[in-house]
Design a protein around this ligand. Sequence first.
Ligand code: SF4
Ligand code: SF4
Length: 115
Amino acid sequence: MPWVDKNECVGCSVCVEECQVDAISLVDEIAEINMDECIRCGSCHEVCPQKAVKHDSERIPREIQANVEKVNGYMKHFDDETEKEACFKRSMNFFKFQKTVAEKTLQQLETLKRE
Ligand code: SF4
Ligand code: SF4
């Protein structure tokens, strides 16, 4: 899915004009994509003169870092080692759940593609 790096967008509106489903608007002179409207055509990524529209793959390292920091932050709320461990396990279960949903979704999408 496309996303806009706010540090690189200069608010030129090229992507806004290019988007065929009007999913992009300028908010405080920075492009913002409405993901409920976006049909994943990729045009905004191709036309942006600043290369400010990124692919998901470009945010994997920062997403991982954010997740790790989030879990670390949760655990700091607990002094008791048992509670800390339980919090850690709940967090692990949450990411395992997300992994399962993603894997099963991919499987179903592969089936859909073959039909
Ligand atoms: S084309 Fe690029 S720089 Fe211009 S508004 Fe869109 S994201 Fe920002
Ligand atoms: S990917 Fe296509 S539909 Fe989605 S915001 Fe970009 S131009 Fe619009």
